[in-house]
Design a protein around this ligand. Structure first.
Ligand code: LLP
Length: 430
């Protein structure tokens, strides 16, 4: 993160806080969140995408403090469960600036979102449209709605597939005509105010060509609905998915640059369709919080393993693992790791950083060169764990989920405390 630097003694400082000092207070493993870094990335999206609404995707990481920062920096918030909604409401986020997602919201969840006054509910099935119509009729309110459509684009990192990916659970297919029919159903339901179409094409994307194809297809439907149903939707959402650098090879995109490209694409398409440009919104999660957080672990054991062919690998076990970051096990995701509690001039050795869980796939960092004298008691940090780290953390092996400590200007504040055994046992009724 932006305020992170190593001092002369090899000690990592973030937000003016020396990591070993922080660890002395909160122990490890711990997520350290650089507040200034988070806020500056939020502002970069807000300013880069000027004229858009930027919805921070809370699924990447959400807590009451973070929801407050999001609102303070002028962003809206995307939630996808009642749990995330309750965090947002406790933080005092204006419900009108909340978008509510999900492919299977229960009637109870829908009702709660409507009662809370959520600005937009993104509907994802015909059953949901019916349920929502019944709820608003009963409550006698008008609810802003967007229709989630599938543009037939699958984008991942540097590549996208433009014809595939109808075969998944989200959204109404544009090509099958379901997108049109769903919009019509919303328009015809009294109490549902169709604000626009919503498309999200994937995550950790670097190439804007995926958004280009999606925007073209979604705008085509947008104009068709306007012409054939006489309903010109005021808005359109192009989702999130902006990639970040996990390892040095990746090239993070500049939000202003992305904004220019996406704005051009939409302007060109609308001109071709002779249709007014809708008010646009996006939903970045990872690109705001991903690089703002790192995870700090204590090394517990160091083991040399001889590989086929005679080479050795150093296995460095730390006091967390797949329970605080499932992404290496789940997506084969790559991270890096660095010694943060001291300097070392020892020859680097090829290491694999592993967790303490009961399976061999419990890998924290697959390949990393660490100083050859790495030893129990050393602190190591894994950068870039802010997105889908804590938010996908589990209690596997009855692990206690680590705290999140926000650092800024020489001050550290625990914004999510470490779980306790009492927390775990509280749900176990014996
Ligand atoms: N909007 C919608 C409708 C989404 O489904 C998502 C992510 C986002 C926005 C935010 O996407 P982002 O900007 O963070 O890429 N657990 C996976 C990522 C799952 C993304 C799910 N949807 C991972 O750890 O890579």
């Amino acid at each position: 993160s932006k305020t992170a630097r190593k001092d002369d003694s090899g000690v990592l400082q973030i937000g003016g806080i020396a990591i070993p000092d922080l660890v002395a207070d909160v122990n490890t493993p711990a997520y350290v969140l650089d507040e200034e870094d988070f806020r500056s990335r939020a502002r970069a999206f807000r300013d880069g995408f000027a004229g858009y609404d930027v919805y921070y995707a809370g699924k990447a990481f959400l807590s009451v403090a973070v929801a407050k920062w999001v609102a303070e920096e002028g962003l809206c918030l995307d939630v996808c469960s009642n749990g995330e909604l309750s965090v947002a409401l406790r933080a005092g986020v204006d419900p009108k600036r909340i978008g509510y997602h999900g492919n299977n919201k229960t009637p109870m969840e829908l009702r709660r979102a409507v009662v809370a006054g959520v600005g937009r509910i993104i509907v994802d099935s015909y059953a949901e449209i019916e349920r929502l119509a019944a709820i608003v009729a009963e409550l006698g309110v008008v609810q802003g709605v967007m229709v989630r459509v599938t543009a037939g684009v699958e984008a991942h990192t540097h590549e996208f597939i433009a014809t595939a990916h109808e075969d998944q659970k989200f959204g109404f297919s544009i090509s099958s005509g379901d997108g049109f029919a769903a919009a019509q159903a919303v328009i015809e339901a009294p109490g549902l105010d169709l604000r626009g179409l919503h498309s999200h094409i994937g995550s950790q994307i670097f190439d804007t060509s995926g958004w280009e194809v999606a925007a073209r297809r979604v705008l085509g439907l947008h104009a068709e609905i306007g012409r054939e149903l006489g309903h010109v939707m005021p808005e359109m959402d192009l989702g999130g998915g902006f990639g970040i650098a996990y390892t040095t090879q990746d090239d993070p995109a500049d939000p202003a640059d992305l904004a220019r490209q996406i704005t051009d694409i939409v302007a060109r398409e609308c001109a071709a369709l002779q249709f007014p440009v809708p008010h646009l919104s996006i939903e970045p999660g990872r690109a705001i919080v991903g690089s703002s957080m790192c995870t700090v672990y204590t090394v517990g054991t160091v083991k040399q393993v001889t590989l086929d062919g005679g080479a050795t690998r150093t296995y460095v076990s730390v006091d967390g693992g797949m329970s605080d970051n499932i992404r290496p096990a789940l997506y084969d995701a790559d991270y890096s790791c660095t010694l943060v509690s001291r300097a070392s001039s020892a020859e680097p050795t090829l290491a694999r950083v592993v967790g303490k869980h009961c399976e061999s796939g419990d890998i924290v960092v697959k390949h990393e060169f660490l100083p050859g004298d790495i030893a129990p008691g050393d602190l190591v940090a894994v950068p870039g764990t802010g997105a889908y780290g804590r938010s996908m953390a589990s209690n596997y092996n009855h692990a206690l989920r680590p705290p999140v400590v926000a650092v800024r200007d020489g001050e550290a504040r625990v914004i999510v405390r470490r779980e306790t055994e009492d927390d775990l046992l509280a749900t176990d009724l014996g």
